[in-house]
Design a protein around this ligand. Structure first.
Ligand code: GLU
Ligand code: ZN
Length: 285
């Protein structure tokens, strides 16, 4: 089967070296296997997405010498299919509306999952007025009972037992958007024919949820490649606020993008950065 990978940045800030590494991994795997490399701009967070960051990301990729197949995909063009997937889960009785605020959840949560406080289930059996704007949550226990145990395979870490239960009743649609990250990325990766989901190890645990959603929605199951993360000398995840220049700043300063990409491929990272392995995110509770 042809290998199809993707790089899927959220345009809510400029790309930095960690994104460059991630895009190079996805691109180079596809090219090495004679497959396709897609770019999907994940711009469904209306409050935080900005067109200039989307344009900047594409310019950064071109500057690094990365070519993608076809037009860059805009996740915002896919909102109807996210809503349709949510409707199917509603029809299966596996999601319920939730009107809790973040503060209420934090105050009532008794456990912490990979995404933060685990939802305590307050609204699971509540009668919510349909006129009140609500998020939609997956009834995790019911959903897992429906699919039974699931496994998934990471190329680097091997076969994994799916543990979506670690997340509790995840949000699949927010008050202001029909698809949360988990729902949108799962539906879109299937629609785009992605056979190898390439992304940073910080999203390793999310795959437990995505695997469950695939099973519920009858979507094809890809393989995953969660790559190591670029970290600063103290082991902290790279972040712009810690002073590493954005790719766009390097580009504007006339730095050679092809040379930077060559350095990254050779494992020569600027500014004392280094790669840190999967243990970052696989150390689940
Ligand atoms: N859009 C997500 C991000 O920028 C990544 C999605 C993914 O690769 O699954 O963090
Ligand atoms: Zn609630």
């Amino acid at each position: 089967m042809e290998t199809v990978t993707r790089f899927a940045p959220s345009p809510n800030g400029p790309l930095h070296l960690g994104h460059a590494f991630s895009a190079i991994v996805a691109h180079d795997i596809a090219r090495a296997r004679g497959g396709r490399f897609l770019v999907r701009i994940e711009d469904i967070d209306g409050a935080r997405s900005r067109a200039e960051f989307a344009e900047g990301a594409l310019a950064d990729l071109a500057w690094l010498g990365l070519d993608w197949d076809g037009e860059a995909i805009r996740q915002s063009d896919r909102i109807a299919s996210h809503a349709e997937a949510l409707d199917r889960l509603k029809g299966m009785g596996l999601v319920y509306p939730c009107t809790c605020t973040r503060a209420q959840i934090a105050a009532a949560a008794v456990a912490t999952g990979p995404d933060g406080p685990v939802y305590p289930g307050t609204c699971r059996h509540a009668a919510i007025d349909p006129a009140v704007p609500a998020a939609w949550r997956l009834d995790m226990a019911q959903a897992m009972a429906r699919t039974g145990p699931l496994t998934w395979t990471d190329e680097l870490a091997g076969e994994q037992q799916a543990r979506p239960d670690l997340f509790g009743d995840v949000v699949l649609a927010r008050k202001d958007a029909p698809g949360s990250y988990h729902l949108a990325v799962t539906v879109d990766d299937a629609r785009d024919g992605i056979t190898l989901v390439t992304r940073g190890a910080d999203l390793f645990a999310s795959t437990h949820v995505h695997r469950l959603l695939q099973a519920l929605l009858g979507l094809p199951v890809p393989r995953w490649h969660h790559h190591a993360l670029l970290v600063e000398a103290d082991g902290e995840k790279l972040a712009k606020r810690r002073g590493s220049p954005a790719l766009s700043d390097r580009r504007a300063a006339g730095q050679d993008g092809l040379a930077l990409a060559a350095d990254i491929r050779a494992g020569r990272f600027p500014e004392d950065l280094s790669l840190s392995g999967l243990e970052i995110s696989t150390k689940n509770p």
